[in-house]
Ligand binder design. Structure first.
Ligand code: NCD
Length: 306
């Protein structure tokens, strides 16, 4: 039975199928509004979330299913010391599919190894966030009409930003993409991501700390928040938090066709004055996330039935 722990648990074909389903849901939502009747999603969030949790829940309701779960570790038995493995075995008795966010890297994988229903990783520590990547990919497909031949700039906290790691893993599978990695020295992309996806596949990339210099050549600019909760000391966070602030003025040198993305929540890294720029895609990206999660739940439940 398939779970989604990292984005490469899905082939490029699977991604196309999911994006096609998402497009069909957008066009004819009524066709899908009962396909999960009688099914339950367990939404297990051991870490704060707005979009991811609510979009999973909205996705399940819009498919006709129901949702159980918790949004704080303190209100679950993990506060009593229960292991992730035991929690996964127990929840498998109540739900047909699990979405789990956890501060520990690898926790959703442990859950998948112990659950008897599909598990979806809704973000594990500073590691991966494959369903955000599904939202990102539908956005790229809708805005750019292709996953290939793109110059993708990733800017901000590339070290702890799990959405960045999963997006690089996904986009490095398509031909002709180049990456521009824009970050302060301390927040550079971890070497395992560089080695496993970029170097191993001979994908061109450059690292810089200068957003202004990189901007004119980009087809996609993926801005990220500095991940406060993963810092060991407040002083470093305060020094780095406003490293990049995208403003309408800066965007004058960018392509007219630039697609500006952000997984959200935004703190200061994109000025609200950018929101009315037609190149700002981040609120469309949010909606795309719900449709891709609907398509994913449908696919994993259908596969689990076979
Ligand atoms: C991201 C996350 O949780 O990693 N948020 C999200 O799910 N859209 C990005 C972030 O928290 O900065």
């Amino acid at each position: 039975m398939r779970s989604l722990i990292r984005i490469s648990d899905l082939s490029c074909n699977d991604i196309d199928r999911l994006a096609d389903t998402a497009e069909d849901i957008i066009a004819s939502p009524e066709k899908y509004s009962h396909i999960c009747n009688g099914k339950k999603l367990a939404s297990l969030f051991f870490e704060p979330s707005t979009r991811t949790r609510l979009s999973f829940e909205a996705a399940m309701y819009e498919l006709g299913g129901q949702v159980i779960g918790f949004s704080e570790a303190q209100s679950s038995s993990s506060a009593k010391g229960e292991s992730v493995a035991d929690t996964a075995k127990v929840i498998s008795c109540y739900a047909d599919i699990i979405a789990m966010r956890h501060p520990k890297e690898g926790a959703p994988l442990v859950a998948a190894m112990n659950a008897s229903v599909p598990v979806i990783n809704a973000g594990d520590g500073g590691h991966n966030h494959p369903t955000q990547t599904l939202a990102d990919l539908l956005t790229i497909r809708r805005e750019k009409k292709t996953f290939s031949g793109l110059t993708v700039g990733l800017c901000g906290d590339l070290k702890f930003g799990r959405t960045v790691h999963s997006l690089i893993e996904a986009m490095s599978r398509y031909p002709g993409n180049r990456f521009v990695l824009i970050s302060p020295e301390e927040l550079k992309l971890p070497s395992y991501v560089k080695n496993d996806f970029l170097k191993k596949n001979g994908i061109p990339y450059m690292q810089t700390s200068d957003l202004d210099e990189a901007l004119p050549e980009l087809d996609i600019l993926y801005m990220t928040r500095v991940q406060k909760e993963r810092f060991f000391n407040e002083e470093d966070y305060l020094r780095l938090k406003d490293s990049y602030i995208l403003t309408p003025d800066k965007l004058r040198s960018a392509k007219d066709s630039l697609c500006i993305m952000h997984p959200l929540p935004r703190v200061n890294e994109i000025s609200t004055a950018v929101d009315s720029d037609p190149r700002a895609c981040y609120f469309r990206q949010v909606l795309n996330g719900k449709y891709m999660r609907m398509a994913l739940i449908k696919m994993l439940l259908e596969e689990a039935r076979i």
